[in-house]
Design a protein around this ligand. Structure first.
Ligand SMILES: Cc1ncc(COP(=O)(O)O)c(C=O)c1O
Length: 388
């Protein structure tokens, strides 16, 4: 048998999907692991994609994406953040946020480089960093309401730091950075030879407060890769459309990695993305989805608090991360026992780096009925557990 690449052999399959796969085997199972909206894709997006197929729009596009889509992205961003990016030179359309993350990291990292990441963190970052022979340096946010302090970030900097990767609102914690926190981090990071990567894939799913971003700060524009996409905001995870905004010099380098990897994003998906960003019904749809997520979050937060599980109230994304360590310090075992006893699937916190150990991630992208039933079963499980 020929040998595989050593770094690939060392990779683990993500913990996020394991429990979703297992729960589907139970007839009565409740799946609270979803990392995608339970809503169907909006009609106007489906229609735009179908029309593109019908019109035979099935050829390659420009490597960076259709210029109409890049213009829609820069217009949308200018409206949200009052920051202008040029559609010809400063945007790259990618195969989801996932490919944006992969292509950016492959563009900037050499073996031995360090990437600072606040943790608990999304499980999709570290494996790519390891594939490249680079190192993750996690900043523990579990004692500061899942938000890194500027002192912690400063202490994590070394001469080997190549980049710092933020994800706000965060998967799996649902917390976000305030305008003040971003401002402080900008003051620390500006003028340093460090890239800032900001994964804002959940930035449309922000509830009471207004979303703020590093992209609003011209001081760090030259070192910033801004990632967003339509998977989460528009309930089209399967269309695979994400994008990167960055200065021309940075985009030129990432585009090389992207084009050797995949040439371009599927053309009908790009037409769907144009509709998502420009259709007049889009904003209304976002508001309606967020209203439903707020109701589900509030219900879930109240129930978890009544169960006396320590928990932060999420302000964005669609995840909540209660602390279950009083019941079981091993979150994988807790999730396994919960699944076997009550047929409820959640994701063990340890899937989101070791800093997630002792927590479980529950998704409120699931339906209200599932959330209610899931909470009833979790409550029963905890009662039975404490009696044993
Ligand atoms: C934080 C974060 N970034 C990026 C992604 C990738 O999303 P996509 O590739 O569908 O845009 C996800 C998906 O769960 C995520 O949670």
């Amino acid at each position: 048998m020929p040998q595989f690449n050593d770094r690939v052999t060392a990779l683990q399959v993500p913990g996020t999907r394991q429990f979703a796969n297992k729960v589907s085997q139970y007839e009565n199972g409740i799946n609270l692991t979803l990392g995608q909206s339970g809503f169907d894709a909006p009609d106007f997006i489906r229609q735009a994609m179908a029309e593109a197929v019908e019109a035979g729009e099935l050829r390659y596009t420009h490597n960076k994406g259709l210029i109409e889509l890049r213009t829609a992205i820069t217009d949308y961003t200018a409206k949200r953040f009052k920051m202008n990016y040029h559609p010809e030179t400063e945007v790259l359309v990618t195969n989801g946020g996932s490919e944006a993350i992969d292509s950016i990291l492959r563009t900037i990292l050499n073996p031995g480089d360090e990437v600072i990441i606040p943790a608990p963190a999304y499980a999709g970052y570290e494996p790519i960093i390891h594939l490249l022979g680079a190192k993750t340096v996690f900043v523990d946010t579990t004692h500061s309401h899942f938000v890194p302090t500027v002192e912690q970030v400063e202490a994590a900097l070394t001469p080997k730091t190549k980049a710092i990767l933020f994800n706000y609102p965060t998967n799996p914690t649902g917390t976000t950075l305030s305008a003040e926190a971003i401002q402080e981090l900008v003051q620390l990071l500006k003028d340093k030879d460090i890239f800032i990567i900001t994964d804002e894939i959940y930035s449309e799913n922000v509830y009471e407060s207004q979303h703020h971003s590093f992209i609003e700060h011209p001081e760090v524009r030259d070192q910033l890769f801004y990632i967003n996409g339509l998977s989460k905001s528009h309930a089209i995870t399967g269309a695979r459309v994400g994008y990167v905004l960055a200065p021309e010099e940075l985009i030129d380098q990432v585009t090389k990695v992207h084009l050797y990897n995949s040439i371009c994003v599927a053309t009908p998906s790009q037409y769907g993305a144009i509709a998502a960003l420009t259709h007049p019904a889009s904003e209304e749809m976002l508001t309606a989805m967020n209203k439903a997520y707020i109701e589900r979050r509030d219900y879930l937060y109240d129930r978890l608090t009544q169960m006396r599980l320590p928990v932060e109230r999420p302000v964005g994304a669609f995840y909540i991360l209660p602390d279950i360590s009083a019941y079981n310090a091993d979150s994988f075992q807790f999730a396994t026992d919960l699944l076997e006893a009550e047929q409820v699937a959640v994701v063990p916190g340890a899937a989101f780096t070791s800093y997630g150990e002792g927590y479980i991630r529950i998704s409120f992208a699931s339906t209200m009925e599932e959330i209610i039933e899931g909470c009833d079963r979790l409550e029963r499980f905890l009662k039975n557990d404490s009696m044993n």
